[in-house]
Design a binder for this molecule. Structure first.
Ligand code: NI
Length: 226
C-alpha cells in the first residue's frame, strides 16, 4: 500500500532544512549504490558521515516522531537515519528494488526495510520530471508531492525516479522497520484506526468505540513484533 502524508514538516521547518541543504557538499550518488543499481543511478547525495546530514537527519526523525499520520501509517519500530539526495541536469535513478537489510552506521544494529520513504523538499513547480514511479499490483503510480510531504511505500516495490530536466529536486529518503511486517495487516489497522478516529468525532459517547478500540489494540498485539 502506498500512502502520502501531508505536512510532515511545517513551512518553518522546511525553510530551515532548505537553508541547510544550500550549504551542503553533494557527492556522486553512485558511491552508495549496489553493483546492480550503480548503472541506473546518476543523482547526488550527502555523505552519511557528513555532520550536516546527521544533524538534519536527527531533526527529521524528531519531526516524524511528532507526526500522528506517519506513526499511524508506518507503525514504526526502527527508522534508519534519513539520507539526502539531489537530482538535477537530467539525473535519474532507473528501476530497482531497495535492499532488504540496512546497517545503522556506527552501531551493530540492523534494520529490515519494510517501508521506503521519500520526504520532498522542493515544490513540484521548481523542477520538471523527477516523479517517483512506484509499481504495484494495481499498476504504476507517479508521485510528485508538495514540499514537506512524505510518501511511504512497501520496500519490495519496483520503483524509479524519472530524469529531472529543469531545476533541482531535493529530498530525504529513508527506510522503516515496522512493528507490523505484513503490508495488508498494516493497511487494515490503518483503516480501523481512521474509522475509530472518525467515530470519536461523530459519536464520542458510543460504548462500541471502546470495544472497537480494544479490537485495534488486540490486533496490534497479535500482529506486531518488537
Ligand atoms: Ni530506491
Amino acid at each position: 500500500m502506498m500512502s502520502s502524508i501531508a505536512d510532515v514538516l511545517t513551512s518553518e521547518q522546511l525553510h530551515q532544512c532548505r537553508q541547510a541543504l544550500e550549504q551542503a557538499t553533494w557527492q556522486d550518488g553512485r558511491q552508495t549504490a549496489g553493483h546492480i543499481a550503480v548503472a541506473a543511478k546518476s543523482n547526488q547525495q550527502l555523505a552519511q558521515n557528513d555532520p550536516l546530514a546527521q544533524q538534519l537527519g536527527d531533526f527529521i526523525l524528531e519531526c516524524l516522531g511528532q507526526c500522528p499520520g506517519f506513526i499511524a501509517t508506518a507503525l514504526p519500530l526502527k527508522v534508519l537515519p534519513p539520507r539526502f539526495n539531489r537530482y538535477a541536469g537530467g539525473a535519474t535513478y532507473g528501476n530497482h528494488i531497495d535492499n532488504a537489510i540496512f546497517s545503522v552506521p556506527g552501531t551493530p544494529h540492523r534494520v529490515r526495510a519494510d517501508l521506503s520513504a521519500t520526504l520532498f523538499f522542493s515544490e513540484p513547480d521548481e523542477y520538471d520530471g523527477g516523479e517517483l514511479v512506484i509499481e504495484d499490483s494495481y499498476g504504476s503510480h507517479r508521485v510528485k508531492l508538495p514540499a514537506g510531504h512524505l510518501v511511504l511505500y512497501p520496500s519490495g516495490s519496483l520503483h524509479r525516479v524519472e530524469p529531472v530536466t529543469r531545476g533541482a529536486r531535493l529530498a530525504a529518503f529513508f527506510w522503516i522497520q515496522s512493528l507490523v511486517r505484513e503490508d495488508h495487516q498494516r493497511g487494515m489497522l490503518l483503516e480501523l484506526d481512521k474509522s475509530i478516529q472518525a467515530l470519536t468525532r461523530q459519536l464520542p459517547e458510543s460504548p462500541e468505540l471502546v470495544r472497537l478500540t480494544g479490537v485495534y489494540h488486540n490486533l496490534l498485539r497479535h500482529w506486531s513484533q518488537t
